[in-house]
Design a protein around this ligand. Structure first.
Ligand SMILES: Nc1ncnc2c1ncn2[C@@H]1O[C@H](COP(=O)(O)OP(=O)(O)OP(=O)(O)O)[C@@H](O)[C@H]1O
Ligand SMILES: [Mg+2]
Length: 225
């Protein structure tokens, strides 16, 4: 479903260059549940941003659902990002003035989905993460774990091919983090494809596949390092 081959990413800062990714290969198939671990600064977020079409590699090829995305225009890639990818971040990234329901509905509005239908789908997505009873709450009226559930509902609402989560439990206490991991496992059981960046071996342990990024390369492991 998703194939990265020899992905390289070099940042230039003033006179120096930093080779963050030095030839990453990764294949993710439908229904996979993949963890990515690695030291701080090893390039995990850089890689996730490339997979999520938020950033472009310096070189290498990336095909998503059989389409080579590295050669596409920004507009085309934005359209594919909106339709095919759900993001979950460490700090939730909910819009503070909008209710939970409005936050979840937002990706559909960007997609120009109809009003009543968008509302119905947003409600169903909130229900799926156990947050239907908080639909009218603003983010500051929700606990951290509840905010992350709403963010997950937003990631799922468009029926993405893949959900990318960058340290989704990093801002949560262990119990709440565990609830979120349980939710991911449940979603994966229903067929959702997930890639999860984490520093927490216990979180990685719950994923079905484990990878580790080191010295700019990604390797597959049998168990979280
Ligand atoms: N826009 C940028 N310009 C220059 N260098 C960058 C940029 N973004 C990231 N880097 C560098 O790339 C390296 C990888 O950063 P990245 O954010 O991908 O690491 P990470 O593995 O996600 O770390 P963490 O676990 O702390 O989140 C770092 O050395 C960072 O300084
Ligand atoms: Mg990071």
């Amino acid at each position: 479903m998703l194939r990265l081959s020899d992905i390289r990413k070099t940042y230039r800062v003033g006179p120096t260059t930093v080779d963050v990714l030095r030839g990453v290969d990764l294949e993710v198939n439908r229904g996979d549940f993949v963890s990515i671990m690695g030291a701080s600064g090893s390039g995990k977020s850089t890689l996730m941003n490339i997979i999520g079409l938020l950033d472009e590699p310096s070189s290498g090829s990336y095909s998503l659902d059989g389409r080579e995305v590295s050669a596409m225009t920004d507009n085309r890639r934005s359209a594919i990002r909106n339709a095919s990818i759900g993001f979950v971040f460490q700090s939730f990234h909910l819009l503070p003035r909008l209710t939970a329901l409005e936050n979840v509905r937002l990706p559909l509005i960007y997609r120009r989905a109809g009003g009543a239908e968008a509302g119905r789908r947003a409600r169903a997505s909130l229900e799926r993460v156990g947050m239907a009873d908080r639909a009218g709450h603003k983010p500051n009226e929700l606990s951290d774990g509840q905010q992350q559930r709403v963010a997950i509902a937003r990631a799922l609402v468009g029926g993405p091919a893949i959900v990318l989560a960058d340290e989704p439990t990093g801002a949560l206490d262990p119990t709440t983090g565990n609830d979120i991991v349980n939710l991911f496992a449940e979603l994966n059981g229903d067929g959702t494809t997930l890639v999860v960046v984490t520093h927490d071996p216990e979180v990685a342990h719950r994923c079905a596949r484990h990878t580790h990024i080191d010295a700019g390369a990604l390797r597959e492991e049998t168990a979280p390092a």
